[in-house]
Write a protein that binds this ligand. Structure first.
Ligand code: ADP
Length: 271
């Protein structure tokens, strides 16, 4: 429940959003956007423990490198303006996954955005306050890598709505200063960390389905243990992943089963 100091515009749009989750990573290229997309797809798909799919929205706030539209096969789609604000793009016919990305606002997918602070701020406020989010179980926000002005601005707007975070790392992450900076950001801004996800953790051979630990294993888990953070689970390197995000949603859902179970369980406890 939001407090009185919330931006009234945001208060109106986000009043019916149960969980806001910021997906963070210490640096780029660790799979933060892929993991955000997978979490959103899995949560919005039915499963044995979730017969009724959750209502999910995925907001891509990576203003300089929006990759969510491509990952979900939504390139070239655009946002519709209605009398009651922006209508997000839906990833599926049943409208259980709403997607919003600056990528939908660019004319060409090769365009990039070079915006200064105030304009970024205004964009973030528009994404949060001008979109018809409706009633949601989860609003998942794919944030830029590291900690940036965007993170500060998101936290200023969202603080009254009790957002939580997950940190995505790779197995080599154990001592990376970048991760510690993300953890420090959570502490300083009072952003509760649900836990850490180790991505690209081992390689599943497409021929024999055996898992090989190409870059070692467990660095993310070791980091979590050392910092007293909950370890949510690992997602292996899967050569099919890129393609899978394009077509088969059900297949994706199976990849991160452990992560999702832990995430849903912990959020219930944190309520
Ligand atoms: P980030 O958002 O952290 O910059 P991305 O999600 O864009 O990272 O991922 C970087 C690249 O790695 C992308 O090409 C993505 O498809 C690939 N990738 C991410 N996670 C996996 C995985 N578990 N298995 C295979 N490829 C992956």
């Amino acid at each position: 429940s939001a407090t009185a100091n919330a931006d009234p515009k945001l208060q109106r749009r986000l009043a019916d959003v149960k969980n806001i989750i910021l997906v963070l990573s210490g640096k780029g290229g660790v799979g933060k956007s892929s993991v955000s997309a997978q979490l959103a797809l899995s949560l919005s798909s039915p499963s044995p423990s979730r017969p009724v799919p959750s209502r999910v929205a995925l907001l891509d706030v990576d203003l300089t490198g929006p990759s969510i539209p491509r990952m979900l096969g939504l390139d070239g789609q655009s946002i519709r303006q209605s009398q009651d604000g922006w209508v997000p793009v839906y990833a599926d016919a049943s409208q259980s996954l709403a997607v919003m990305s600056v990528g939908f606002l660019l004319k060409s997918k090769n365009d990039s955005v070079v915006w200064r602070g105030p304009k970024k701020n205004a964009m973030i406020r528009q994404f949060l306050g001008d979109v018809r989010w409706g009633s949601l179980d989860y609003l998942i926000i794919d944030t830029p890598p590291g900690t940036s002005d965007e993170h500060i601005s998101i936290m200023e707007y969202l603080h009254p709505f009790n957002p939580k975070a997950v940190l995505v790392t790779t197995p080599q992450a154990i001592s990376l200063a970048d991760n510690l900076r993300s953890l420090d950001f959570c502490k300083k801004t009072g952003l509760p960390l649900i836990g850490l996800i180790e991505n690209m953790s081992g390689y599943i051979c497409p021929h024999c389905a055996e898992c090989t630990n190409v870059w070692g294993k467990g660095g993310g888990e070791a980091l979590a243990n050392r910092e007293g953070i909950r370890f949510l689970g690992r997602i292996p390197i899967d050569p099919k992943l890129v393609r899978v995000l394009d077509d088969a949603k059900e297949e994706v859902a199976r990849k991160d089963g452990e992560v999702i179970n832990n995430l849903e369980g912990d959020l219930r406890i944190m309520q």
